[in-house]
Design a protein around this ligand. Structure first.
Ligand code: ZN
Length: 379
């Protein structure tokens, strides 16, 4: 009985924190304008394009125009027509398949002065673009405008909303543009990326049933290994670090540390993940409840505390961990600033924030442009 009342008390505290942070959340009364969302792809395209690589010289591009499927075959990098028809800036440099053996599994970035993180976009292209415009990560034409700084997408682009395809293309293009300016776009796999690639379509927006019917493929086939975005997704990590900050989609559980799993092992497992096929016990652990893309234990105060988080951080020799996945009313930090939660509910399409990092300091960034110093709450 006493145990139960302790839990009830802790839940009350959590609810209090959430209510307090709601009251600090600026609403529409703030003066800064919400941007008009620039046209990204060709207006006539209602979904796609999807690029299917056939061989070294042939790519088949498919998209949905109105209620019809369109299919074009491109030979010998002759992309001009596709660029015109789809609006994607596609040229011979556009596709870059990195050899898996060349991918750095350690994913450690140092001496980064400035970055922006956001998470759990779930098909909400307009809010995503609003936040990128507000913090000048992109210009009005949606080109990279963030110089040598970093942009981090903490996972979960798939599912719920109806502009998933557009978001993936924008991230893909920005990643390439950022590299040319010495900047970096990081994309972390979330549980929804893993679910779709494992053929779990429970949360797929109805729009995509229409797309897959018209194209006569299953949803995961739009992201198979021989597609441009599917191949790109299969090169992405589940954990990386910038300076003394660790990033994962959901979190690192005490069990992850007890099993002595390394960053390289975790990233390597997903890099070689044969989705929807047989998996070894380590990959099964990583994909499930206490694994890196699903864990929610930080928010269960009856079984988690700051000492446990300290152990996890010291295992990686880091000071902070940034996670998405568990939705909060805004970007917030818990456990004396060691845990930073960046899933601020963008998935609902109404409000969402970014985490801004500038020279060692963290801020919440609202869609109206206010930067609020990140306060920490103790559970
Ligand atoms: Zn998630």
């Amino acid at each position: 009985m006493r145990y139960k009342s302790k839990i009830a008390f802790q839940y009350l505290i959590l609810i209090f924190i959430i209510l307090v942070s709601f009251s600090f959340t600026p609403k529409n009364s703030e003066q800064n304008p919400i941007f008009k969302i620039p046209q990204f792809l060709n207006k006539k395209i209602s979904d796609g394009p999807f690029f299917f690589i056939q061989d070294d010289n042939t790519v088949v591009v498919k998209w949905i125009k109105g209620k019809k499927a369109v299919e074009k075959e491109i030979k010998n990098n002759n992309y001009k027509k596709i660029q015109r028809k789809t609006g994607l800036p596609v040229d011979s440099d556009f596709f870059y398949f990195e050899e898996k053996k060349n991918i750095d599994l350690k994913q450690e970035y140092k001496n980064v002065d400035k970055f922006i993180t956001l998470s759990d976009i779930h098909g909400q292209f307009d809010l995503f673009v609003t936040l990128l415009l507000q913090y000048e990560v992109v210009d009005q034409d949606l080109n990279w405008n963030y110089g040598a700084n970093h942009l981090i997408i903490n996972g979960d682009v798939f599912d719920r909303g109806d502009q998933v395809t557009e978001i993936f293309w924008l991230i893909y293009i920005l990643e390439k543009q950022a590299e040319k300016q010495g900047g970096k776009v990081h994309f972390l796999l979330g549980n929804h990326e893993v679910m779709v690639l494992n053929k779990d379509f429970r949360y797929v927006n109805d729009k995509y049933y229409n797309t897959t019917q018209l194209l006569n493929v299953s949803y995961d086939q739009l992201y198979s290994e021989n597609t441009v975005i599917g191949n790109w997704l299969r090169s992405k990590p589940v954990i990386f670090s910038i300076n003394d900050i660790l990033f994962t989609h959901a979190g690192i559980s005490p069990e992850f540390v007890e099993r002595k799993i390394t960053v390289e092992q975790a990233n390597g497992k997903f890099l070689n993940n044969q989705y929807n096929a047989s998996k070894d016990s380590l990959l099964l652990f990583l994909e499930k409840t206490n694994g890196i893309v699903w864990y929610r234990g930080y928010f269960k105060t009856e079984s988690f505390n700051e000492q446990k988080l300290d152990k996890i951080l010291s295992y990686f020799n880091k000071k902070h961990i940034v996670v998405g996945h568990t939705t909060m009313p805004n970007v917030m930090s818990l456990y004396s600033g060691k845990l930073i939660c960046v899933d601020s509910g963008i998935k609902n399409g109404e409000y969402g924030e970014v985490l801004v990092y500038e020279n060692g300091e963290f801020f919440r960034g609202t869609p109206y442009g206010s930067k609020i110093k990140l306060l920490t709450y103790d559970l």
